[in-house]
Design a protein around this ligand. Sequence first.
Ligand SMILES: [Zn+2]
Ligand SMILES: [Zn+2]
Length: 224
Amino acid sequence: MLGNITWNAWLFVNANPSIRGVFLGGEAMGQGWRFCYACETHTPPRCSHCYDCNVCVLRRDHHCVFFGQCVGFRNYRYFFSCLLFMWSGLLYAVVMNAEVFIVILKEGVTFHSIMLLLVPWIMLVSGQVTARAFAFAFIADTCVVGFLLVAGFLFFHVALMLRGQTTREWHSSRRPYSLGIVGNIRECLGTRWYLCWLCPLIPSPLPGDGINFKVTGPLEPVRG
Ligand SMILES: [Zn+2]
Ligand SMILES: [Zn+2]
């Protein structure tokens, strides 16, 4: 799990999701193309400018503040796999830490035990608990909070992937680029979508080019 998290994170950060070095084929400009004044170029549909990376990113999903990298067409697979293994790793940690909660609550559901689980720092500073009890409660708490955050994020991205949307397109009820459930997963994870999440070494070429997208429904109005 740790190997998969770090390896996918490394590939995610080092893959270039932007338009730098990509031939955009200016001849074929059609609906959905826009002009980016910062990059001084025409950009394809679903592409948008990131003011943190200072470049336009193909099929831009969002800028990940945790890793300082944009999530786009070419690194979505690594971002998703990293999230998936973070979720399973934290689930494992929560299950293993369940013993700590059981031990704490075994002494009875008292004001003291509830406070230790909810606000361990305050209990330590006020001298109510030992450093050892604090450490166990704090680590268990961190795993639970981390697990809930990552789980929310993972399920959001599973929903986005199944709907064929990016985070930027989520607010719209229209899904102009949806290719059906399997088609949408292939678009995000590549042709070996059923295997590639197991290990970043498994090759899984993306079916599209990140520039041209098949339009299957009404497009949303073009915004600035
Ligand atoms: Zn731009
Ligand atoms: Zn960015």
